[in-house]
Ligand binder design. Structure first.
Ligand SMILES: CCCc1ccc(-c2ccc(S(=O)(=O)CCO)cc2)cc1[C@H]1C[C@H]1c1ccccn1
Length: 235
């Protein structure tokens, strides 16, 4: 299929995430929150006095596939159902069936100015050796766009976010159509490199991030479990 103008950027950023997702949690990452299967790690990084702490969250949940998790994360039509930190979201360009450009207004995080974001969002299935289930991923990566002008007093976020999911089938029955939701499990890694795009008090931003990321991932995964409960499994 014809490549679009951002195809190289998409390829480069996807490959970068695939390289780093396997990287073990080395020193320098602090476990800042643990809740059930969810483990939230953060590195404290500042660029010109602005907190740009990378976040890495590992989570696993039974009853859903990586494809389902990525589909609900990528597809804009569900976004306002699980995303409680947004005032609005809209697609401003479709680059190909798996790559769109979003413009989002984020809810104001007092005392910071209101943030908006414009990023391409790409969903992909990486089928590894045939016996395992494929890996599904979504990458959200900031990009400028003429339909998303930066207008004061809003501050443009710079975000590089990836959701990478593996699907595990426990005690696989003989034929795939007999698999039930209690036999499947999704192991996900969520990484977020977010630069707030302008100065925010370090302590305030760190406490908001520490509270908001686990909350948002918990809310998102619960939403997908509830939406897929009675639906046929999407592998
Ligand atoms: C002043 C900047 C605040 C702030 C703005 C935005 C985001 C953020 C951007 C993107 C994504 S996503 O996963 O790509 C889903 C797309 O909607 C999640 C979160 C994070 C923060 C930081 C504060 C943390 C936070 C985390 C989660 C939700 C809200 N806030």
């Amino acid at each position: 299929n014809r490549k679009h103008r951002l195809a190289y950027d998409v390829e480069r950023v996807v490959q970068e995430h695939l390289t780093y997702v396997r990287e073990e949690i080395s020193d320098g990452w602090d476990l800042i929150h643990q809740e059930g299967e969810m483990k939230v790690y953060r590195r404290e990084v500042e660029e010109n006095g602005i907190v740009v702490d990378p976040l890495k969250i590992f989570h696993s949940m039974k009853g859903v596939t990586g494809h389902e998790i990525c589909q609900y994360f990528w597809d804009y039509q569900y976004r306002m159902e699980w995303e409680t930190t947004l005032d609005s979201t809209k697609i401003i360009e479709v680059l190909d069936p798996d790559t769109v450009i979003f413009f989002q207004m984020h809810k104001r995080v007092w005392p910071a100015a209101q943030r908006d974001s414009c990023f391409w969002s790409h969903i992909r299935c990486i089928s590894n050796s045939e016996e395992d289930q494929p890996t599904w991923l979504v990458v959200n990566y900031t990009t400028p766009h003429h339909l998303a002008p930066i207008k004061s007093p809003h501050v443009r976020l710079v975000a590089n976010v990836a959701l990478i999911c593996e699907t595990i089938i426990n005690e696989p029955p003989l034929n795939i159509q007999d698999i039930k939701r209690e036999n499947i499990e999704c192991k996900l890694t969520y990484v977020a490199f977010v630069n707030p795009g302008g100065w925010v008090p370090s302590a305030a931003l760190r406490s908001v991030a520490k509270r908001e990321y686990p909350r948002f991932l918990k809310r998102f995964t619960s939403y997908v479990l509830e939406q897929t409960r009675d639906k046929p499994i999407l592998f």
